[in-house]
Design a protein around this ligand. Structure first.
Ligand SMILES: [Zn+2]
Length: 389
């Protein structure tokens, strides 16, 4: 990927004009096979730039026949005449004024070319299985062998979409957005969440989903839906390519199933997660968090008994205090705790208080703690792993 983009930064200054007409960047715009429209047919009879030259000028008739008129204008304006020099074409590293390549400048280019949309990380949404993210990532960077890529790489001249009879070329936008089933799926799933089209270009469509303003719990799913739709379109295209078929109904079912599985995995505590995207949207839009309140009251110790409280223990210190039946302070102790968690500090405070009371026969005794973990272990609800006590 980096090599492709660096090639475009090297300008081949025409001298003897042996640079490749289609694959070297001799125009300063980029190699012609990169910048020409996808449906442009490359004339294989012309390989080198010097074939476009008549004496010291460009053969404008031939230029207009072979390449786009805007590029012809650019060539004439920027490189009006070419001096006849019997030297190899000179390479210039365009990012640097002096034109000389050094590694640091290439590194800076890579840094500056990072995708400006940090949202691209949504490709790797949590709980979205790797295979969906990986396919999406490959498509984002056009790294799958569909017609558009094969034509650009000169592996094929012309590849039509396998999924419809419209004779359209198999480009990313056609296959994943404009093809018949693609249009249907985007509309169907967008409709359920009230998202408006038009869906014309692939990245624009994906961004629409990533940026959709919806309920908080729906957002991760909205960011994953494009991956599921694209996965299904890609799967169907490959099945057809190998002689099989897949109905529209099956595609919708599979996408719904994948969304449901992700929703279940992401929100495992919501037991009644529906099966279809439309119902999931309604379910999560109406979801409200249930909050349980428990009232806690401190009870005065009974007469002739003691109460030991270790609530103050936390990260960095452990402490306990003991009061008698009249509410008078009997004893208090606090010490610094290093290298242990908040829970360990609480256990140390609790244990210190208990041992002190037993050692000084401060009985009967009520132990108090604000740690749910300690309470559940002592009540026998949770198992103690023997790490603390
Ligand atoms: Zn199609």
């Amino acid at each position: 990927m980096a090599r492709d983009s660096f090639d475009q930064e090297i300008w081949w200054e025409p001298r003897c004009c042996h640079a490749s007409l289609w694959y070297d960047n001799w125009t300063q715009l980029g190699a012609l096979h990169y910048i020409m429209p996808l449906d442009h047919v490359i004339d294989e009879n012309f390989e080198e730039v010097n074939q476009l030259r008549v004496d010291e000028r460009w053969d404008n008739n031939l230029l207009t026949k072979l390449i786009d008129s805007s590029i012809c204008d650019h060539v004439n304006q920027v490189m009006g005449t070419i001096q006849q020099i019997e030297e190899n074409d000179k390479q210039w590293w365009m990012p640097i004024n002096k034109g000389k390549f050094y590694v640091g400048s290439a590194f800076e280019i890579i840094q500056s070319r990072k995708d400006p949309h940090k949202d691209i990380m949504f490709i790797w949404e949590r709980c979205l299985p790797f295979k969906f993210s990986f396919l999406m990532w490959r498509i984002w960077f056009q790294r799958i062998p569909i017609g558009e890529v094969l034509v650009k790489s000169r592996i094929a001249n012309h590849i039509e979409c396998y999924c419809c009879d419209t004779n359209n070329r198999e480009s990313f936008n056609h296959l994943f957005v404009l093809c018949l089933n693609a249009t249907y799926l985007w509309k169907l799933f967008a409709g359920a969440i009230g998202m408006q089209g038009p869906f014309i270009q692939l990245k624009q469509t994906i961004y629409k989903w990533w940026e959709e303003d919806c309920a908080t719990k729906l957002k991760p799913l909205c960011r994953a839906v494009p991956s599921f739709i694209i996965w299904q379109l890609w799967k169907r295209r490959n099945i057809i390519l190998h002689g099989g078929s897949m109905t529209r109904h099956t595609m919708v079912l599979e996408i719904n199933r994948n969304i449901h599985l992700m929703a279940k995995s992401r929100y495992s505590w919501l037991a009644e997660m529906p099966n279809t995207w439309t119902s999931i949207v309604q379910f999560l839009e109406n979801y409200t968090t249930l909050i349980n309140n428990t009232m806690v009251r401190w009870k005065f110790p009974e007469r002739e008994s003691y109460k030991c409280n270790s609530d103050g223990s936390s990260l960095g210190s452990n402490a306990f205090c003991i009061k008698n039946g009249q509410g008078e302070l009997v004893y208090v102790e606090a010490c610094k705790t290093e290298f242990c968690s908040a829970l360990q500090a609480k256990v140390k405070g609790f244990k210190g208080g208990l041992l002190y009371c037993l050692g000084h026969k401060l009985l009967p005794l009520t132990m108090e703690t604000d740690s749910v973990t300690i309470k559940k272990i002592l009540d026998g609800i949770w198992r103690c792993l023997g790490l603390f006590l």
